[in-house]
Design a binder for this molecule. Structure first.
Ligand code: OAD
Length: 256
């Protein structure tokens, strides 16, 4: 099957769907210059995730871990949403996409104009106190100048509100994601290895309810074999072509 054919097929799945969602991972931000976690040059190939992305490792290596998060915040702050992010925002605007369920913590979907974004792994742009009995949290728009930043209420260190290994997903985000997936007849899986659970269940929930899976990734991932359509390619190249096709068939429909 040629890529052109697959793009037409996906556009048709989208225009015929009643309730389509996207499920995204680090790969959709790769073309914005934000590194992925696995694979060549992935963040986890350079550092041990347990060192910075588990609560024990984070506390034990506080300053070093914070330097790493600050570096990631600076990188993401400078990055711009790419055509892949913008294509999903456009699909939502056209009324074809109900939500983006993302594992990303960079907020690039929101900056591209997506409105209904569910952040399953939290965000870099909210800090909260590591002291479990202190409820302090604060939204930030730039990386903290001094690290580690300190809680103004109890003087414990603050942490980024990203999900560390071994932690539960934010409850409300997970509840909404499962609810949306259960109602969906189509999920566009973009730029994720599908290696991290429970987030990786989302496409399976759609499939188990009879919905279709479209998988877009330059490399095969956990869904490529079971997907109704697997498109081998980069999100920033494939998604705009799909949106173009959707817009074309949509305008043909409305002129009939
Ligand atoms: P991964 O790094 O595991 O996977 C990224 C995927 O994106 C790979 O399958 C790549 O082939 C693919 N990819 C790379 N460039 C792409 C492009 N231009 N277009 C489309 N796909 C591309 O990232 P995630 O699946 O997001 O968790 O990882 C899941 C979780 O593991 C992350 O949320 C993070 C990490 O530990 C937390 O931080 C809690």
């Amino acid at each position: 099957m040629s890529i052109e054919y697959k793009i037409r097929l996906v556009a048709e799945l989208i225009t015929k769907s009643r309730h389509a969602i996207a499920f995204t991972g680090a790969g959709i931000s790769a073309e914005s210059g934000v590194p992925t976690f696995r694979g060549k040059n992935g963040l986890w190939t350079r550092i041990d995730p347990m060192k910075y992305a588990s609560i024990d490792g984070f506390i034990a290596n506080l300053r070093e871990a914070w330097e790493w998060y600050k570096w990631r915040m600076e990188l993401v702050e400078k990055a711009e949403p790419n055509p892949g992010h913008r294509a999903l925002a456009e699909l939502e605007r056209l009324g074809f996409l109900k939500a983006v369920i993302t594992q990303n913590v960079d907020r690039l979907h929101q900056r591209a104009g997506s409105r209904n974004v569910i952040e399953l792994h939290g965000t870099l742009w909210v800090l909260r106190c590591i002291n479990p009995s202190c409820r302090y949290s604060i939204g930030i728009s730039e990386p903290p100048r001094e690290v580690p930043p300190i809680c103004p209420e109890c003087s414990s260190p603050l942490r980024p509100s990203v999900v560390f290994f071994g932690e539960e997903l934010p409850r409300e985000a997970w509840r909404r994601a499962v609810e949306l997936a259960s109602r969906s007849d189509l999920v566009l899986v973009i730029g994720t290895s599908g290696a991290v659970y429970p987030a990786a269940y989302i496409p399976f929930i759609v499939r188990d309810n009879g919905g279709s899976i479209v998988d877009i990734n330059p490399d095969r991932d956990a869904y490529s074999e079971i997907a109704d359509v697997y498109i081998q390619g980069r999100a920033g190249e494939i998604l705009p072509r799909i949106v173009e096709e959707v817009s074309r068939s949509d305008s043909q429909q409305s002129s009939i």
